[in-house]
Design a protein around this ligand. Sequence first.
Ligand code: TRP
Length: 448
Amino acid sequence: MTTRDSFSSQFGVLVAVAGSAVGLGNFWRFPYMVGTYGGAAFILVYLLFVALLLPIMYSEFVIGRRSQSNAYGAFKALAPGTQWKGIGTLSVVASFAILSFYCVVGGWTIEYIVQAVTGKFSANSASLEQTFENFTTSSFRPILWHLLFVGSCSVIVVAGIKNGIEKYTKVLMPVLLLMIIFLAIRSLFLPGASKGVAFLFNPDFSKITGESLLAAMGQAFFSLSLGMGCIVTYASYVKKEDNIMKLGLGSGMADLGFALLASLAIMPAVFAFGISPAEGPGLVFIILPRIFSQLPFGSLFASVFFVSLFIAAVTSGISLIEVITAYATEELKLSRKSSVIITFVIVAIFGSLSSLSQGVLKDFTLFGKGFFDMFDYLSSNILLPLGGLLIVIFTGWVLKKGVVKDELSSGGRYNVPIFGVIMFVIKYIAPIAITLIFLSSLGLLKIF
Ligand code: TRP
């Protein structure tokens, strides 16, 4: 048997995990959620959830690196003969569910790159809305772009960890950082930008509601790539001497930093042009093109932005595909290439259905939702919190405390400064908080 692939350096792990976390969740979902749920107050609640979920990030690192195995094999190795490996099955299902709508939006970014580069954006917001609507509801183009998106991710994953994922994210992540900083600066210097800054940093606590709490928790799970073995899988390629406490904190902070930078790039511009921040999911695709079209060199800025969005989405898409690939190669003994091809075919089918559900298949619903919304709802509101809950229970109650400490300290190489606090959150706070919010999201409990 050949030795298992691994990341070549600690920096490689950091950019790969940050690359997984930073994605459409930061650039597309976070800004519109901040806009919808009232700005600074939402950001504050979000910060609390990031702090709460960081111990889940550590748990996934512990499980992955300890077992050196895919999301299914990891639980099989750490708790032999038990049903905990079901978390692995859940992870594979969640990967497919997320990929089935994520890659469709990834495809949209390609359409918008094409439109930006060819200077198609007009200053008329009605027609931009129409453009978005016409494009997303049409049948052929969105599916074509979606396939191109899944294809781009697949090519990188086939190449492996060191020569694929690490090699590309190492270049793409710093490029992405430069691009978003550049856009944030451009946006901050627009006349009237300060109202947007105030919206982001002056909290109005009356805006915190039960609903915004739920939204913030779901967003934190989604954005940090937690709850479905994604970090377990990446962590399984991390060397024994790498400092996973530092890596967990570093990637969590990178994710948060990108979300804040994305809001700084978007909100000041939204306010400078007198647009409502509560525009919803269309914020990026409808509002930004309008803003860009009114700026000097707008099509250059628009191209930069949508290329950034595409890059961010690809480095996340590959992490979702890797969860399935690692499972298929190690548990089902398929070759890496066949695993990726099979994944491609399945995602192509589900993704096409989810893309068509925006248009011709609009009336075809399951549990009252079209395919796109169903995959989105199923993953963020059910599979991720459920997976996250099981992962912390496993780490806190099934794994021995010594094992957790040994991993977090990388075999005693590093200090684990607040180990007691981390364990307390893993054992009690996180499971209780997730259960309460989970139940209330299913309508089984009313918190507010
Ligand atoms: N975190 C990514 C984003 O914000 C999406 C993502 C990648 C993800 N891997 C995941 C979400 C695993 C949940 C679970 O775009």
